[in-house]
Design a protein around this ligand. Sequence first.
Ligand code: FRU
Length: 467
Amino acid sequence: MQTKNKYKPVVHFTPPANWMNDPNGMVYVNGRYHLFYQYYPAAPNWGPMHWGHAVSEDLLHWEHLPVALYPDELGCIFSGSCVLDRANVSGLGSIENPPLIAVYTNHRISDHLEQQSIAYSLDYEHFEKYYGNPVIPNKGKPDFRDPKVFFNPVKNCCSLVLAAGSRVEFYSSENLKDWKKTGDFEAGIHGLGGICECPDCFPLMTEEGEKWILIISMILPPEQAGKDKDCFHRMSHITQYYVGTFDGNTFHDTECSALPLLPDYGTDNYAAVTFQNLEEKVMLGWADNWDYAAQTPTDADGFRGQMTLARQMKLVKTAQGYRLAFSFPGLDSLKASAFPLFPGDNRLHTQTFGLKTTVNGPGKITFRNSTGESVEIEVTEEEIIVDRRHGGQTGFQKDYDSDCYGINRAPRLCQNTSIMEIVFDRCILEVLADDGMTPFTVSVFPVHPYEKICVTGEISADFYQIQ
Ligand code: FRU
């Protein structure tokens, strides 16, 4: 049976209607997770950006709030972050009522000038723009955007990292209003080079002490992008990370990994950043890709774009070096009617479900319907492969079902038994393979609901509905 909104996910965040891209300003305050996002409320296409706003108590059910930031005389509102100013160093609130400060990019449409501005809120819903904007002016550097604020433990103040062309720049401030540049980091020395976007920088504890992670979303140079089937160059936009140290001024890559490190091997996880003011590190990304985001099918509601599920992360030491490993926080509370699947075909009655699988060796999981649409998740000795080429509608964009865009692959990190978590939610498939170290986020638009799950090989799977 087809519903009116057959693609609107149930537990993945989508805007009330119309266009959405990056998650912005994610912060945990007074028991609620706040999610702001790049939003064009007037049409299902990118337009002058606003910050949409939603809140949640469990990261799975979201309540929409009014638009938080509207374009102004300095430009539209591009990506950025929020920080709860507990000590009221900004003087924009009080200790009793700490201000929530949004630090964002003003993008002027006429000449693309990008400068950093702030706004503050005392009720964490309505924002006042700061009269002294921009707080980080720009005389004309191209691609100067997406500030992410974080606590600087060396200087005991706030720092931010922003994208500045092929590098990211670090700034620090005592009062969140006056910012001084402290250092920068060139993305392409190790890892992928190109134009940086939406950086994030934060510490994670390991058995060997604290390490810092630098995440950067990248626009690859056109001569590289979309040409090669390798997991790094098959799309024009991809997110990478580095493992290293932060000395109070800048980030240093200490892993110097020969191959770029990816927080996701699927086509659809971009601009992913973490929540502020939360003990554990939880990341969320835009589950889409600029290569086709403006062409994907819209539903009866006309929404375009969804977020990944929130992913909690840890840093794990492997034979190949440090790797981020992810899990879905809170999902257990929604699991209903769990049962083991039989080897071979199993009937499927819902388009929002999860699978907890144990991988003992090569095998395959396929979702399919009687019209021949199918998605395959294959585990071999060497690779994990998620193939959505025949998953459903593909004609909206010329490359969507090509080998390059349609086959997602990643090298194996586990040789022995490993856990693979899978969530499917109407138009979005997430796979956390090899104990969470090899994630995939992949969009897929079945014309007809999938009716069967087929499990073959050395994989056992528990199925659960998500409610
Ligand atoms: C990344 C990005 C950001 C920018 C925003 C504009 O997807 O290009 O760099 O701030 O989207 O919507």
